[in-house]
Design a protein. Structure first.
Length: 180
């Protein structure tokens, strides 16, 4: 099963991110129900490994987190692949990510090493952008440069990711409240 761990966002944050998306006329918008902040991408995992992971995640205790969004950026270099809302990398968020990744390793999962750049993806772009689309993306980013938002994450979740021609679908398999 293709899976990942992430922070679901409260409705008010999703509404604000959808309003930001309205100004972007290029690419495929990520639907609000798929917006999240990824903590760990697990790729394809056997169900037994996910069950073992579930037991380890259920005992993680950490207080709710404040997520501070500040601006938008692209991923993918000169020809962007996605536009995302950036989230401030706080010690609390980094610690939660570390604990989640440690639980994954304890469950026998090999995770790729990657730099943590917290964000919420808003839109995805095709490999080959048409003439003028890169400029439209740059104009959108300039216009949304002042985007700011604070919200509280009250849980993290284990998601199943199902790929489809019109985009991935994410289903919550288990949710873990942030408390403590």
């Amino acid at each position: 099963m293709r899976a990942f761990l992430g922070l679901p966002l409260p409705d008010a944050a999703l509404d604000a991110l959808e309003r930001v998306q309205e100004g972007l006329t290029v690419g495929r918008h990520v639907p609000a129900e798929n917006m999240h902040l990824t903590l760990a991408f697990l790729d394809d995992q056997p169900e037994a490994a996910l069950q073992a992971l579930h037991q380890l995640l259920a005992v993680i205790s950490t207080p709710p987190l404040t997520l501070s969004f500040s601006g938008l950026d692209t991923f993918g270099g000169k020809l962007p692949r996605v536009v995302a809302a950036e989230v401030q990398k706080t010690p609390e968020l980094t610690q939660l990510r570390s604990r989640v990744r440690s639980a994954c390793r304890d469950a026998g999962m090999d995770l790729s090493r990657e730099r943590f750049r917290p964000h919420v993806t808003l839109a995805r772009f095709p490999r080959h952008l048409e003439a003028g689309q890169v400029e439209k993306i740059a104009q959108f980013l300039a216009g949304a440069a002042g985007f700011r938002l604070d919200c509280e994450a009250e849980s993290f979740a284990l998601y199943q990711s199902t790929l489809a021609p019109d985009g991935a679908r994410y289903d919550v398999l288990a949710e873990y409240p942030l408390k403590g």
